[in-house]
Ligand binder design. Structure first.
Ligand code: ADP
Ligand code: MG
Length: 250
């Protein structure tokens, strides 16, 4: 369980103090998938950076299973907007990067896990290629493989599908959900896209404009509903989210 209490982040420079986020409190249960949606500059990336351990200077508390959040103690997977692949490493090397950093040994079992995940994401035949020799969708699948090979306590994604064209994006989203269901990975992802929040978020957190506070947490009734875009509830939920956005974001 991940617990965030009264989290506030301010950036301080010589000239000014910028209140970037908060106060935000939330509880994320094992296996939950949270979508975060909010206006540009409201603190979405800042929140992910606290959860990933990149920002350590904040007010309030953030814990995983009652231990202060710490990337050394916890396995935290991060898929950044640009996928975060190292250009001078092959697909295989990029896939095992996170476990290597964690000092996890690649024994037979781990090798099996790596092969299984790479096959499932259809990148096994690309293992000796370099990122620049891949399409956007393939690069994205390598980033997803890397995250799931690590088997993280918490998976974070910052607008993970925004760089993909519409069709590749839908494919990647479906594949990603399939992986999440298989591994029941606790996930927090940021999106600008209302459809993506409804399709992929078990819960949807709506943040206000800067400094972001939680306006509403939606328990998404359409999560995992087949053909959810064709339901009446889908149109209603889109309208509701748009309404909250219009009210709170201007
Ligand atoms: N390193 C930084 N130094 C100063 N201000 C920052 C820094 N990073 C972000 N900010 C400011 O903090 C606020 C939140 O930023 P960010 O978390 O990137 O927003 P979002 O991801 O929602 O667009 C913005 O007003 C932004 O300008
Ligand atoms: Mg951002």
């Amino acid at each position: 369980m991940i617990q965030v209490n009264d989290l506030c982040v301010t950036y301080k420079s010589k000239q000014e103090t910028i209140q970037a986020l908060g106060p935000v409190s939330l509880t994320i249960k094992q296996g939950d998938i949270y979508a975060i949606i909010g206006p540009s500059g409201c603190g979405k990336s800042t929140l992910l950076n606290v959860l990933s351990g990149l920002i350590q200077n904040y007010d309030g508390t953030a814990t995983i299973n009652n231990v202060k959040l710490n990337p050394k103690a916890h396995k935290i997977g991060l898929i950044p907007q640009n996928f975060g692949l190292l250009p001078w490493q092959t697909v295989y090397q990029n896939c095992v990067l996170a476990i290597k950093i964690k000092g996890i040994k690649i024994d037979d079992n781990m090798e099996k896990r790596i092969t299984y995940i790479m096959k499932k994401l259809n990148i096994e035949h690309l293992k000796n290629r370099y990122p620049k020799e891949l399409s956007g969708g393939q690069q994205q699948r390598v980033a997803i493989a890397r995250a799931f090979i690590l088997n993280p306590d918490l998976l974070l994604m910052d607008e993970p599908f925004s760089a993909l064209d519409a069709l590749t994006r839908e494919e990647a989203q479906a594949l990603f959900l399939d992986m999440l269901h298989t591994y029941e990975t606790t996930t927090v992802f940021v999106t600008h896209n209302i459809d993506e929040a409804i399709y992929m978020g078990k819960k949807i957190i709506m943040l206000s404009k800067n400094p972001g506070v939680i306006v509403e947490i939606i328990d998404n009734p359409l999560f995992n509903v087949p053909n959810m875009r064709e339901t009446e509830a889908y149109g209603k939920l889109c309208t509701h989210i748009r309404h909250v956005i219009k009210k709170g974001w201007v």
